[in-house]
Design a protein. Structure first.
Length: 357
């Protein structure tokens, strides 16, 4: 007997089913939400890493500064002025035209850069060529990764870059720059480019020393300034509450252009707004009496901003400052301007409690 059931094979339903448009849109929306949630966290993690790197840069600068003090007995000088660069044959004191960064290079494993022009005749083509390389060599510890890379940047001004070597003229050379500035105090005794073309042998007799630095040497109350040799015992407000250096504020529009007056020179020059900052802009008379007071509060980098001596940074919420004891603290942009002022002065009698930083 035959079965009543048919022997016809019935097709099985397919195991693969297509997404509907609604389901696809839901998946895309979920992915978008996840990205929106994760991206800020990723960006925050990256900024935290950059901030840590920046902090380590200042710690390295601080250690080099303390070693400089141990070796030479004073904080690194800020040299002669912005028209002069470092010369390895002129020591570490008042006869050194180069600024504080130049003077701590031997303590940052960068003595090879400092000594590029050592032993070469002043004004010779060989010394000039060596100094061009010297000022154009970036040093990673002087650049904050939140702002820019440690690479050479354009020098755009005409004329000589520096008085003590022919250098290179506008758009013909590149220079290393710094994202950190040393603390020259709360009293601004005035910027000077330094002596014309005076040699070390005639410098002491030069009018620049007496006519323009006489009052300034009395007035400066930071830890490094023109031809300074500030000793630790002169920081009477305490090394733990007095700035040595910190991040400087810049206009992001000109991180790489070289046309901002706060960032148009080079890393190894003498005192200038590129390499030195102030916590106030107090002015003094010829006899050293303070005649006017004006705070210089810290500021975060901001497009279109015009700054001269302000400390600040590209970081959100706070910036880093290196103190004279070698410690590094994050300082809020909203710090009391007077507290910021007092930490710039080494001997103003106003000690700030930094335990909460």
């Amino acid at each position: 007997m035959f079965s009543a059931h048919s022997n016809t094979v019935r097709p099985r339903p397919s195991g693969v089913q297509a997404f509907t448009l609604v389901e696809l849109l839901v998946v895309i929306a979920i992915i978008g939400v996840l990205v929106a949630l994760l991206l800020p966290a990723i960006q925050a993690a990256r900024e935290a890493a950059r901030r840590m790197s920046c902090q380590n840069n200042l710690k390295q600068i601080g250690l080099a500064t303390l070693n400089h003090i141990d070796t030479h007995g004073h904080f690194p000088t800020s040299g002669w002025g912005w028209k002069w660069t470092g010369d390895p044959d002129l020591g570490f004191g008042e006869d050194q035209p180069g600024g504080w960064a130049f003077n701590i290079l031997p303590f940052m494993e960068a003595d090879n850069i400092r000594n590029l022009s050592a032993g070469l005749s002043a004004g010779s083509a060989e010394k000039n060529a060596a100094m061009v390389i010297q000022v154009g060599t970036p040093i990673p510890a002087f650049n904050c990764p939140s702002r820019r890379a440690a690479v050479p940047y354009p020098y755009v001004h005409g004329g000589q870059l520096s008085n003590n070597f022919l250098g290179c003229t506008a758009n013909e050379c590149v220079v290393a720059r710094s994202d950190y500035a040393a603390n020259s105090g709360s009293i601004n005794a005035g910027e000077e480019s330094g002596p014309g073309n005076a040699t070390p042998n005639t410098l002491r007799r030069h009018d620049w020393l007496y006519d323009k630095l006489g009052t300034a040497q009395i007035a400066w109350n930071g830890v490094t300034h023109q031809r300074s040799m500030v000793r630790l015992e002169q920081v009477t407000d305490g090394t733990s509450s007095t700035y040595f250096a910190g991040e400087k504020c810049l206009n992001p529009d000109h991180y790489g252009t070289g046309i901002d007056s706060r960032d148009d020179q080079h890393l190894l020059q003498g005192l200038d707004r590129d390499m030195n900052g102030f916590t106030a802009d107090d002015r003094v008379s010829e006899d050293g009496v303070v005649t006017s007071k004006s705070n210089i509060p810290p500021q975060q980098d901001q497009a279109g901003l015009s700054v001269v001596f302000n400390f600040g940074s590209a970081h959100p919420a706070s910036f880093h400052m290196l103190f004279c004891d070698g410690s590094v603290h994050g300082i809020s942009y909203s710090i009391d301007p007077d507290a910021h002022r007092y930490m710039g002065g080494r001997d103003d009698g106003r000690t700030v409690d930094t335990s909460g930083f």
